[in-house]
Write a protein of this length. Structure first.
Length: 77
């Protein structure tokens, strides 16, 4: 099942299937390691849901909700 990273619940994991967006924003996500095939686990959400903290490639990364909306994930069951 495909789901945006911004819709994940704490502790949920998945594999990146697609990174949307264009230009500098897409390049910035790629530079941070947000690439197709990477496993991502949602660790924390701020009280209002923005930003979120994820574990990707062995390190913690904080993303804005607007950035997380661009990451399509295959949810692990």
């Amino acid at each position: 099942m495909l789901k945006n990273l911004s819709k994940f619940k704490i502790g949920e994991s998945g594999i990146i299937k697609n990174v949307l967006g264009e230009g500098k924003l897409r390049r910035r996500l790629f530079d941070m390691g947000v690439t197709t095939g990477a496993k991502v686990t949602l660790i924390k959400k701020a009280p209002l849901g923005d930003p979120i903290e994820v574990n990707i490639r062995g390190y913690e990364l904080t993303l804005r909700k607007s950035e997380a909306c661009l990451v399509e994930m295959e949810v692990e069951e």
